[in-house]
Structures are given as C-alpha cells and as structure tokens.
Design a protein around this ligand. Structure first.
Ligand code: ADP
Ligand code: MG
Length: 285
C-alpha cells in the first residue's frame, strides 16, 4: 500500500491548494531539478484586455473588432474571450461564425458570412505589419486580423503577471531548481514578461509540438522536469514531463493531462508542494 507519510503529504499539499493525483507524482515532484513554465495563463493571469486597435488604411477599429469578435465567438482562448468582451463593451453588432478552426499556438480561422477570417500571429496572418510603435505596447500581445487574405489590422492585448509569480520563481531558484519559460507568444512579449518575473531562460514563438520537443529534450539531457501550464497548447508537454502541473483556472484538457492541479492557480502552492514532496521523500526513503 501507499506509505502513510506519502498519504499525509498528499493531504498536506491538498489543503494548500495542490491536488496531487497519486503517490508516484509526489515522488516525481520531489526529484525535479527543472521547472518549465508556460507564459499566458500560467505566469500571467491569462485575462488579457484589449489596450489598442490599429486598423489598416481604409478600415476602422470597429470593423477589425467586429470581424475578429464574430470569429472568436466560441473561442475558449483568453485572447479570443478578451476580443469578444471588448467588442461587446463597444456594443458592436456581432454575429456567429459558420465554422471555426482553432490552430493551437497560432490563432484561429473562421468563416463569417462566407468569408475567411483569420486571427493570430504572423505565422497565421503573414501579411501583417507588426506595429508596436509605442513603448507601452511592447509587452502587449499583437493579434493580427485578415479577411479573405486581406490584412485588416492589429489588436493589442495586455495581460497582468500573477501576483505570486515573482516570489515563486525566486523561491524555486533558492531551492536549487532551474527555471525556464516557454511561450507561443512573440519574442518581444515573451522577453518582457520573463524579465518581469526574473526568468532568463526563455524560448518564444513555440507551437505546441515545440513545447513538447523542449520537454523531451530536457529529459533526454537527464533532467527531471516539472511542466506548469494551462492551455490546450500545453497538454502534450504536460503529459511528457516528469510531472505535469496544471493551473486550476486552465482548460479541461490541461487539467486532465496533468498529474497535479493547482486548484486556485496560486503559484505559491507550487512552491509549497515541492517542499512537502521533498520532505516526504526524506521520511520514506
Ligand atoms: P502561450 O504559449 O503563451 O500560452 P498560445 O500558444 O496560446 O500562448 O498562443 C500563442 C500565440 O498564438 C498568441 O500570442 C497569439 O498570437 C496566437 N493565438 C493563439 N490563439 C489565439 C486566438 N484564439 N485568437 C488570436 N490569437 C491567438
Ligand atoms: Mg497558456
């Protein structure tokens, strides 16, 4: 059976917000030497807000938002939800897409009134001109919009770093752990957020398969890896990590793919769980 010390440790972690799905995951957590964080929704709150809309010449802000919000109407992605919320706040007339295709790590393609609307980064909307002219927009995420291949404009969204993120990164470091950030977001935005939370090891512009490959590479190099994420795009990486950790506020698929769930998405609960796991290991082994 499961040693009492392990059961007690799982109980202690649970009462501190970390739901550990079994004793083997507690042991895995105690052995981890590297913690990899996703950015959006993990180190940040994942509740971005539209801070600016830059329409292409001949297009209005509202036209960009109507096309984007209609296409994103069913979107579960925080960027999609924020775009819909902004359009609703402006009381713009929104329809529903006839069909839509989520392209993890890149954006979304949808049919609206028979026209193809594409929303996302420059890999999905290649005609886009990245136009973060003001310094306040440098750390904002740029989402480009095109209809039937014609560039309509760029929507800038800003996210807030979680209150618990900086302390968590500092604590994990002082416990001797390597800390890495992986993101599907752009170089500029990724770097800005990493600097804010104190992470130097950063990789940006990643597809879900790249995140997975990064976790596999760390493990192949002999590291024991905890992957912390929230999104559909993190699920494969969570499943391949030594221990996968999902944010409670994250997607269903991330929570299912993970071994541990941070119920209230408080990163301090992660630090605590690592301490509890290490203590239990000393008692049991
Ligand atoms: P992260 O790895 O930081 O959690 P994602 O992989 O979810 O980020 O997204 C990476 C990038 O893909 C975003 O910065 C955005 O440019 C684009 N993107 C993803 N989903 C959407 C969406 N639903 N609407 C618009 N853009 C999106
Ligand atoms: Mg995310």
């Amino acid at each position: 059976g499961t040693p009492l010390a392990v059961l007690a440790a799982i109980g202690r972690a649970a009462s501190n917000g970390a739901f550990i799905k079994g004793g083997t995951h507690l042991e895995a957590l105690s052995s981890v030497d590297t913690v990899i964080f996703d950015k959006t929704g993990t180190l940040t709150e994942g509740a971005p807000q539209v801070v600016a809309v830059h329409p292409a010449p001949g297009t209005t802000e509202d036209q960009v938002l109507i096309a984007a919000a209609t296409a994103e109407m069913y979107s579960e992605h925080p960027l999609g939800k924020a775009i819909v919320a902004q359009a609703q706040a402006r009381r713009l007339p929104l329809g529903l897409p006839e069909s839509f295709d989520y392209e993890p790590g890149r954006g979304l393609s949808a049919h609206v009134d028979g026209r193809l609307v594409q929303i996302g980064n420059t890999t999905l909307v290649p005609g886009a001109r990245q136009s973060a002219d003001s310094p306040t927009l440098a750390s904002a995420t740029a989402v480009h919009v095109a209809t039937d291949g014609a560039f309509m404009g760029t929507i800038f969204l800003a996210d807030t770093v979680r209150a618990s993120a900086c302390q968590c990164v500092a604590d994990l470091r002082s416990m001797g752990l390597r800390v890495v950030m992986l993101t599907g977001d752009s170089h500029v935005t990724g770097r800005a957020v990493a600097a804010e939370v104190g992470i130097e090891n950063v990789r940006t512009d990643l597809l879900p398969s790249d995140k997975l490959a990064a976790v596999d590479a760390e493990r192949a190099a002999g590291h024991k890896v905890a992957m912390v994420g929230d999104g559909v795009n993190d699920a494969p990486a969570l499943a391949h990590a030594t221990v996968g950790i999902a944010m409670g506020s994250g997607t269903e698929v991330a929570r299912q793919s993970a071994d541990i769930v941070l119920i209230s998405s408080d990163l301090a609960d992660l630090t605590h769980a690592v301490r509890v796991a290490r203590r239990a290991r000393r008692i049991v082994m």
